[in-house]
Design a protein around this ligand. Structure first.
Ligand code: ADP
Ligand code: MG
Length: 624
């Protein structure tokens, strides 16, 4: 037999588009061809188990396999399976006619839509994706059916083909791609192995990769031992961990899987094994990774699979965005993945699934908190940015996980909001004092802790956003977060006020000494005796400035600084009656700098002046 044919209807229109549009996701042809091999094997297995086909005597139960062989010299790749095979009729029907139905539909639907890349690569263009990288494709196949004639199908462009008898003796299919010059890299063993590991790491049939060299190069030189051909190497794990019952998996196995799949050699903190049949057929494992540091944007990876076939990393339509900080695998056989992103975004099923995953994560955190609080507190430093981000992004997540939100205090305790309030707040006020830099704000922290008040540490980038979110969401509770330098209220006593005039006079003295015309001034008796003054900065304007800087828009409001003087302090008493001369100016400048240093380092010029002045003060001390 030998015949020529043209491939289905609109091939001329489709081929160029396939080649061009899928350019960015070129390597998916590997996934398509290998998964076709897997399909062919599982069809064969089913026929055997139903007694409708039988295996050759030399074939054992464990003989199922797919071989991918690279020949870098020839620039070819061959995919061989020992699955069901095809008859000439089937090749004509399935390869030449039916194959395009999916592609055609996709073209009709999305031709006009620009910029819709990404998921288009998951369209399941199937066999024809081979033409993205190959100038010629040869199928050599023999059906399982008794007495079937093996056939060879050859196509140079995916539009016309030749079909002829072949002398293939074994059941199954080999597909050979003659790669385009610019795609020859796929015949490089290393690249091929990477690509297979990416797409096929968990496919259900053993997949082996190997390379062949041209005979001339392989031939041993005189006096050399003939080399043994390298053994094909299995690249996949046919029983991925997520398909096992959680009860049957050991911690070691979870760890090993984590290292292998994510190439992260830190230990994960803990994990969630999703194992649902209802309401979704959804399996997977989500790991909470150890945080490296807050500045290497904590990059997670969620790998999405469809029946053990890799679909893509981080499809945000399916997995809630904030969960992308985790590392994990999700296998969802029922997902309509051969559709566009905009479809996924609006699909009710996908939405429910995302909500389900979110709920599972929140529930797991709650369980950790309720049953293993000590461990949970140890993880907290690593997981809190993720949890906080999740709260801001998803109110349902916040509502669920709320009881498990904790705050680390400067004393190293971890308190829930309720616990903090019970210990530190009176009446219905709920002011939480916090520090954003434990070292720099040490003195201010001490002022609070000396009075028996807890100060919590909120020192990551997300915290400003998080506390603003909480204040808004819990506005009925009158929740307020105040940085330790935001107000002096908690640190002062009520006492006789200074006369307006006197305050004004002192204010002028300080403005002159510091050059800060905007400075406001107050005077109150402090609870602490040894402090002359402190500087407070309005919480809201400071937070706003910091957040706008964080988003790269510098919309700084001028800092509203207030100098609060301790009326009980002898230096303040002295200033109250001092002439505004050189000595008073020196004292004002020194008092101001000391107060400023309690909250942040002095800027360079002020620092120079401060050191000079301090040196002079020492000299004064010994001259006395
Ligand atoms: P799909 O896999 O979605 O059906 P493909 O374009 O990948 O679409 O394949 C089209 C058809 O060609 C398959 O359904 C199958 O009938 C046949 N086919 C492809 N590859 C093989 C193979 N390796 N062995 C047997 N049949 C195959
Ligand atoms: Mg297919």
């Amino acid at each position: 037999m030998a015949e020529k044919g043209t491939i289905s209807i609109n091939a001329e229109n489709i081929m160029p588009v396939i080649k061009k549009w899928l350019y960015s996701d070129k390597d998916i042809f590997v996934r398509e061809l290998v998964s076709n091999g897997c399909d062919a094997v599982s069809k064969m297995k089913r026929l055997v188990s139903m007694g409708e086909a039988s295996l050759a005597p030399e074939e054992g139960e464990d003989a199922w396999r797919i071989d991918v062989v690279a020949n870098a010299d020839e620039g070819t790749l061959t995919f061989t399976d020992n699955g069901i095979g095809m008859t000439a009729e089937e090749v004509k029907k399935y390869i030449a006619q039916v194959a395009f139905s999916g592609a055609e539909e996709f073209l009709k639907k999305y031709k006009g839509e620009n910029g819709e890349n990404g998921i288009i690569g998951h369209f399941g263009l199937g066999f024809y994706s081979a033409f993205m990288v190959a100038k010629k494709v040869v199928i050599n196949t023999k059906s399982y059916q008794e007495g079937a004639q093996a056939v060879r199908w050859i196509s140079e462009d995916g539009m016309e083909y030749d079909l002829e008898d072949s002398d293939r003796e074994t059941r199954g299919t080999s597909i050979t791609l003659y790669l385009n010059d610019e795609d020859k890299e796929f015949a490089n063993l290393w690249t091929l192995r990477q690509t297979l590991e990416k797409h096929c790491q968990f496919m259900p049939v053993p997949i082996f990769v190997s390379e062949v060299k041209n005979a001339a190069e392989e031939a041993p030189k005189e006096g050399e031992e003939p080399k043994e051909a390298p053994k094909p190497e299995q690249i996949n794990d046919t029983h991925p961990l997520w398909l096992k019952r959680p009860a049957d998996v050991t911690d070691e196995e979870y760890h090993e899987f984590y290292h292998k799949v994510f190439h992260d050699y830190d230990e994960p903190l803990f994990w969630i094994h999703l194992n649902a049949e209802y309401p979704f057929n959804l399996k997977g494992i989500l790991y909470f990774p150890k945080l490296k540091n807050e500045f290497t944007a904590n990059e997670g990876v969620i790998k999405l699979y469809n029946n053990q076939v890799f679909v893509a990393d981080n499809i945000k339509e399916v997995i809630p965005e904030f969960l992308m900080l985790l590392k994990g695998v999700i296998d969802c056989p029922d997902l309509p993945l051969n559709v566009s992103r905009s479809f996924l975004q609006n699909d009710g099923y996908v939405k429910k699934m995302a909500a389900y995953i979110t709920r599972k994560v929140a529930d797991r955190l709650l369980t950790e908190f309720n049953t293993r609080r000590e461990d949970y507190q140890k993880y907290w430093d690593d997981i809190h940015p993720f949890v906080k981000y999740g709260c801001i992004r998803d109110e349902k997540f916040y509502e669920r996980v709320k009881p498990a939100l904790i705050y680390k205090t400067s004393a190293g305790e971890y308190l829930t909001l309720e616990e903090y309030k019970n210990k530190n707040c009176e009446g219905d006020e709920a002011i939480i004092y916090y520090a954003s830099d434990e070292k720099r704000q040490a003195q201010m922290i001490r002022l609070y802790t000396d009075q028996g008040k807890d100060v919590v540490l909120l020192d990551t980038l997300i915290d400003n956003n998080f506390i603003s979110f909480l204040e808004y969401t819990e506005r009925e509770q009158k929740l307020k977060f105040m940085r330790v330098d935001a107000a002096a209220d908690g640190l002062t006593d009520d006492g006789e006020a200074m006369s307006e005039e006197e305050l004004k006079r002192l204010g002028e003295m300080f403005k002159k000494a510091t050059g800060d015309e905007q400075l406001s001034i107050e005077a109150k008796p402090f609870k602490s005796d040894d402090l002359i003054a402190m500087i407070t900065v309005d919480e809201q304007s400071r937070r706003f400035t910091e957040m706008s800087r964080q988003w790269g828009r510098d919309m700084s409001l001028p800092e509203k600084r207030t100098l609060v003087l301790n009326r009980k302090h002898p230096v303040v008493h002295w200033l109250e009656t001092a002439e505004d001369g050189e000595r008073a100016q020196q004292v004002c400048a020194q008092v101001f700098d000391l107060a400023e240093m309690a909250r942040q380092p002095l800027v360079a010029d002020r620092m120079v002046d401060f050191l000079k002045r301090s040196n002079a003060l020492l000299t004064l001390l010994i001259e006395k």
